[in-house]
Ligand binder design. Structure first.
Ligand SMILES: Nc1ccn([C@H]2C[C@H](O)[C@@H](COP(=O)(O)OP(=O)(O)OP(=O)(O)O)O2)c(=O)n1
Length: 178
């Protein structure tokens, strides 16, 4: 089950969902629109290695926008800092961004119960397209959880993306043992 607009507002009132900043006009029928933060990042190396710490360079999106190019992975970040204590948040694209050929995540849209942070976006495009800080970039939807949670994401010792930040965060796959 996905939370409706009214249920999202109720959960915000109770404090079990936090979205900062929150704007009432960004609340959809059963979703909340999130916006592109001012920092983008790209990996320093063209060839990445899943076992290594691949470092990124971040930069500010100019006022008159930044032209995304195909065949490059950009990491972005949401303006919104969110906390979700009782539901499963999912980051989804928006039809309007999709229609511009912009993908905002690479296979991983699911968040965890207890995730408290901005969202890193894995941005790619089909053809060159200019994007702007503050533009609507995606939407959050909230699923009801079945069963009790033993370990919330924000209490998990090895959670990799739990340090509050306003910048995109690179892959921490290197912390996995494999
Ligand atoms: N596009 C996305 C998808 C998820 N997240 C956040 C919300 C999730 O709660 C958190 C961890 O996501 P995953 O569980 O998919 O990531 P990993 O399994 O790689 O990391 P961990 O080992 O920390 O669970 O990252 C994000 O910022 N951007």
């Amino acid at each position: 089950m996905i939370l409706s607009d009214k249920r999202i507002l109720e959960e915000i009132d109770k404090g079990s969902i936090i979205i900062e900043p929150f704007r009432r006009d960004c609340l959809g029928t059963n979703s909340y629109d999130v916006h592109l933060g001012k920092y983008l990042a790209t990996y320093k190396d063209r060839v990445l290695d899943a076992k290594l710490h691949n470092e990124i360079t971040s930069f500010e999106i100019p006022k008159d926008g930044f032209l995304l190019q195909p065949n490059t992975l950009y990491l972005g970040v949401t303006v919104e800092y969110t906390e979700t204590h009782k539901h499963i948040p999912f980051l989804e694209g928006k039809s309007s961004t999709g229609r511009l050929g912009i993908d905002i995540h690479a296979t991983a849209g699911k968040g965890d119960v207890g995730f408290c942070n901005t969202w890193t976006l894995e941005i790619s495009c089909t053809q060159p397209v200019k994007i702007y800080a503050g533009m609507p970039i995606g939407q959050l939807i909230y699923f009801v959880v079945e069963g009790e949670i033993e370990t919330l994401y924000n209490t998990k010792a090895n959670a990799k993306y739990n340090n509050p930040t306003t910048r995109p965060v690179e892959s921490m796959m290197w912390k996995n043992k494999f």
